[in-house]
Design a protein. Structure first.
Length: 75
């Protein structure tokens, strides 16, 4: 039961991080002017790292790729 709750939390964290990364991609694509572009790059890099951290966490605790993949996430 505890492992299942942990997996659900990790999945939720991955899902949120992926959505944040997707928003950052859109922000970068819509950025205009050097300041907006620079900020969008900063946000995008941070979002990518956060997403990677959660994916590594899932791997570290032994969540199978299939579980993440079945839930619509890439690993």
């Amino acid at each position: 039961m505890l492992k299942e709750m942990e997996e659900d939390q990790i999945y939720s964290d991955i899902q949120k991080a992926k959505a944040e990364w997707e928003r950052a991609v859109r922000q970068f694509e819509e950025a205009q002017g050097q300041d907006e572009i620079d900020y969008a790059i900063y946000v995008l890099e941070a979002a990518e790292r956060k997403y990677q951290i959660h994916l590594k966490r899932a791997k570290r605790v032994g969540i199978k790729k299939a579980v993440i993949g079945d839930r619509g996430m890439g690993m």
